[in-house]
Design a protein around this ligand. Structure first.
Ligand code: KIV
Ligand code: ZN
Length: 514
């Protein structure tokens, strides 16, 4: 079986999703989980974007030991120097250089002729070669680049010292036959093509990212670039879990495999969703809540008789273990510990004690504590963002014939406790107005979303918000059996992060690819 290398770009292209803003700690947390998943290569960010981005890439480079860590760079010396700085301490560093090659980008964005594009890219690759043994080069918008010019660009990149040439379908324009044909053409026409690896990088604007990447594999691609849950710029990137499961399930057809630890997929997907605040649609392939649910009577009957009638992947393959043990307020430590083992968590004694205390608290408020509740509770690790504000109490008055009002009691870092009340055009608005009065921060609520973690009227609710102040934005999360409390917690979490970010060295908000 041919090995397909997995290049994860959740922390770079994935972070370019609208509304997503990961801090350094969150990037490291995701990176360590990607390491457990077994990705071969990991693009940690774009160091030249800001000193904060550079620091985040450096933290990932130092934390991860078992994957190549990659920094993105435009074809400019100062970007390359930023990647050198960011990848100090990496076990296995690699630089990812890019320059647009399509006629549209050459004319309108770069204002360069073909010759200038070739010269600029070659100069950058040769400069980078002095410092990096591993160099990936991407002709941006390769999908809309003339095929003969793409062959010329690839030839130049090989001669200049690139070790991987990536073919981005930057705007998700191509269909599988066209995209596969690019790889076939490069393989047949570019001298010494066998000395480098060819990589596929697809976007999902027309819903073809996974199909295009699979077509690239059939036509000789060695590496697939993608993100967890398919997050990314606009409609997103190829979903890594879809590629991994397509190759696993249809190895008879593709004759290729990844070296991912598939049992880590569900956990990685949940973590990325939680930290980015990007909810996974129920019908999302592989990781959606309904991906293994069978609704119709005919299907259920078939499943009971023989699973393979309607199930081509077992939930267990991606690490989705459902345990039979139901926990509630009378469950003891022993049952709780068994549950953790069942769900695949290996915790130190101290962490089990802390988790058990949280579980007891939850069981007081909720009759049956489900597996999803326990996962959410365990994975709701406290951030190390200093708590400038901590919610102590919250009181809400709502009636459909009266103006909603709320009062909050908040402790400030200096120990000072303040209580304020406010009205609003809804309960959440009233809560947020009251919090604004206490904190005296002027912020804009850019995004608010809520989902239930499990089923039932007493399910845990998880709220995600994005706040903006001047040019800085930050996201926050809150979890509670009460959605108003979860809303308040999410808002305060975002405020604390915003304040921390204001102090941090120039972490930019969104990367600009020029
Ligand atoms: O989609 C794209 O073209 C990119 C490049 C930076 C590789 O993400
Ligand atoms: Zn991209």
């Amino acid at each position: 079986m041919r090995k397909i290398y997995i290049f994860d770009t959740t922390l770079r292209d994935g972070e370019q999703s609208p509304g997503v803003n990961l801090n350094t700690k969150e990037k490291v947390e995701i990176a360590l989980q990607l390491e457990k998943l077994g990705v071969d290569r990991m693009e940690a960010g774009f160091p030249a974007a800001s000193p904060g981005d550079l620091a985040a890439v450096n933290a990932v480079a130092r934390a991860v030991k078992n994957a190549t860590i990659i920094g993105l760079s435009r074809s400019r010396e100062q970007d390359i120097d930023a990647v050198r700085e960011a990848l100090k301490g990496a076990e296995d560093p690699c630089i990812h250089l890019f320059l647009a090659t399509s006629p549209i980008h050459r004319k309108h964005k770069l204002r360069m002729e073909k010759e200038q594009v070739l010269e600029t890219a070659e100069r950058a690759i040769r400069y980078a070669k002095q410092y990096f043994s591993k160099i990936e080069f991407s002709p941006e918008d390769a999908g809309r680049t003339e095929l003969d010019f793409l062959c010329q660009v690839t030839d130049m990149a090989i001669r200049a010292g690139a070790t991987v040439v990536n073919i981005p379908d930057t705007v998700g324009y191509l269909n599988p036959l066209e995209y596969g044909n690019i790889f076939k053409t490069l393989k047949e026409n570019v001298p010494n093509i066998e000395t480098i690896q060819l990589s596929a990088h697809c976007h999902d604007d027309l819903g073809m990212a996974t199909a295009n990447a699979l077509s690239a594999i059939l036509n000789g691609a060695d590496q697939i670039e993608g993100t967890i849950n398919g997050i990314g710029e606009r409609a997103g990137n190829t979903a890594i879990e879809e590629i991994a499961l397509a190759l696993e399930t249809r190895s008879d057809y593709f004759g290729a495999k990844t070296s991912l630890n598939l049992k880590e997929i569900a956990k990685t997907s949940r973590l990325v969703s939680k930290l980015t605040g990007m909810v996974i649609p129920g019908n999302k392939a592989i990781v959606g809540a309904n991906a293994f649910a069978h609704e119709s009577g005919i299907h259920q009957d078939g499943m009971l008789k023989e699973k393979t009638t309607y199930e081509i992947i077992s939930p267990d393959t991606i690490g989705l273990r459902e345990s039979k043990l139901v926990l509630g307020k009378h469950s003891g430590r022993h049952a709780f510990r068994e549950k953790l083992i069942d769900l695949g968590y290996e915790l130190e004694e101290e962490s089990i004690n802390a988790a058990f205390a949280k579980f007891k608290d939850l069981a007081d408020r909720k009759k049956n504590v489900t597996d999803e509740d326990i996962r959410a509770m365990l994975e709701e690790k406290l951030t190390d963002t200093p708590e400038v504000f901590t919610l102590e109490t919250i009181q809400v008055n709502y009636g459909n014939q009266s103006t909603p009002s709320a009062s909050v009691r908040i402790r400030k870092a200096e120990g000072d406790v303040r209580e304020e009340a406010a009205i609003g055009n809804g309960s959440v608005d009233a809560i947020y107005n009251a919090i604004d009065k206490v904190t005296e921060e002027t912020v804009e609520l850019e995004d608010y979303s809520i989902k239930s973690v499990s089923q039932g009227k007493d399910a845990l609710g998880e709220v995600h918000v994005v706040l903006k102040q001047d040019e800085v934005s930050a996201q926050g999360r809150g979890l509670s059996t009460d959605i108003l409390e979860a809303s308040a917690r999410a808002y305060i979490d975002a405020l604390n992060r915003l304040i921390e970010k204001r102090k941090a060295p120039g972490r930019r908000d969104k990367m600009s690819l020029i």
